[in-house]
Design a protein around this ligand. Sequence first.
Ligand SMILES: Cc1cc2nc3c(=O)[nH]c(=O)nc-3n(C[C@H](O)[C@H](O)[C@H](O)COP(=O)(O)O)c2cc1C
Length: 407
Amino acid sequence: MSDDLGAVLKDRKIVLGVTGSVAIFKACELTGRLRRAGADVRVVMTLSATRLALPDLFRSLSGNEVATELFGSSLGSNPHVDLAVWADLIVVAPATANVLGKVAAGIADDLLSTLIMAARSAVVFAPAMNTRMWENPVTRENMRKLRGLGYRFVEGEAGWLACGEEGKGRMAEVSGIVEAIGDALAPEPDLDGLTIMITAGRTEEPIDEVRYLSNRSSGKTGLALAREATRRGASVVYVTGASSVVPPQGVEVVNVGSAEEMKEAVLRELPRVDVLVMAAAVADYRPSEPLRGKIKKSVEPMNLSLVPTDDILALAGERRRDDQVLVGFALETQGEIDAAAAKLRKKNLDLVVVNNPVAPDSGFGKDEVRAAILDADTAGAELRRVAKSDLAKELFDRVVGIRRKRG
Ligand SMILES: Cc1cc2nc3c(=O)[nH]c(=O)nc-3n(C[C@H](O)[C@H](O)[C@H](O)COP(=O)(O)O)c2cc1C
C-alpha cells in the first residue's frame, strides 16, 4: 500500500458489508488491511454470510463488534441510520448477486440493505459470484442501473472462482478493493482551480407557442461529466437545455431552451472557462418562423420550413484561446471515426467524443454508450461500449494530459 493511500485511510470510518459468497475469505484479508492502514472498520454481515463464517472472526479482525441484526441490535434501536451517519464509506465485499438485486430494486429487508438505502456516503461494491450468475441478464441490468445511480464497482479479472469453475464473476483482489476505497474517499483533485463549462441535454426549437422540434437526448452524459469534473475539484458551469435528469449538486446552472439561447450562453461564458465540453444535443435546424399561438389542425398537408442553426462548436473553435481545451461530441451512426476526425480538424477542437447512441445497448436514456475519445491521431481508434461515468473519467484524464503537455 502506498503512503498516499495509507494517509487517505487513516482514521476513516468504513462499514464493510459482508454477504454470503465463497469469496468471504478475501473479506478477512480486506478487514485486516484496512485496520492496519488506520481505518476504523465496522463489519455488517448478512444472515447468509454468518452461515459461511462466524461473526467472531470479523470481530477479532476488525477489533469492533460485528452487526448482523436490524431489530434488537446491540448497537441501538436504529442501527441502520446510526451506521449510515457514522460511515465515511460503505464497501460491500464480497457483494452477492442477491444484494446487488436488492439495492437496485430498493429492497431494504435486513441491516445491510437498509443501511445502504440510508447512506449518503459513497458505496463501493466488489461483486463475487459464479459466472452463470454474473452473466444472467438480470445481474447485468442491476449492475448497469446501480452504476448509473452513482454506486461504485470494483471488478476482478475473469479466472478461477473459489467454487472451482473458471470464468467471469471472480471478486477483485484485495489490493484493488483498497485502491477503489481510497479513490472514493479522496479522488485526485487534478481539476482543482479550473472552470469547466459543460453543455448538457437537448435544445427545443419552437414551431409555434405549444410545439417544438427536439431530439431524444436524456442529458445523462452531461450529468456524468459534471459529476466527475466536480468530484475532481473543478468549478462547473452547467449549461443545460431540456433534460430528463436533475443537475448535480454544486454546479452553476445556466438553463437554456433553444439552440440560439445555448449559443448565447456558451459564447458569453467562454472567455472565463479553462475547458469547454459540448455534450448537449443541439438542433441542427429550427423552424424558420415560429408562429404565434397554436397552428390549427387541418386536413391539408403541411410543410415546415427549416433553417440551419448556428454551429456553436465551430464558433467556440474560432473564438477560443490557445490555453483553453475544447471538447466536442459527435453523434454519428456510420463511418463514425472518420466523420468525427473531420469534425475535430474543421472545428479546431482538442478532443472529440464520437458516439453512436442508436447502436443496441447504447445511448439515449441509457447509462452506457458506444463511444471513443479521439484527438488528431485516430490510429487504432474504435468505438466500444462504456459506462457514461467511465467515459467522463477517461475524458477528464485526457484533458488533464493535454494541459500537462502544454505546461
Ligand atoms: C457455499 C455457497 C457459496 C455461495 N457463493 C455465492 C457467491 O459467490 N455469490 C453469490 O452471489 N451467491 C453465492 N451464494 C448464494 C448466496 O449465499 C444466496 O444468494 C444468499 O441468498 C445471499 O444472501 P445475502 O446477499 O443476503 O448474503 C452461495 C451460496 C452457498 C451455499
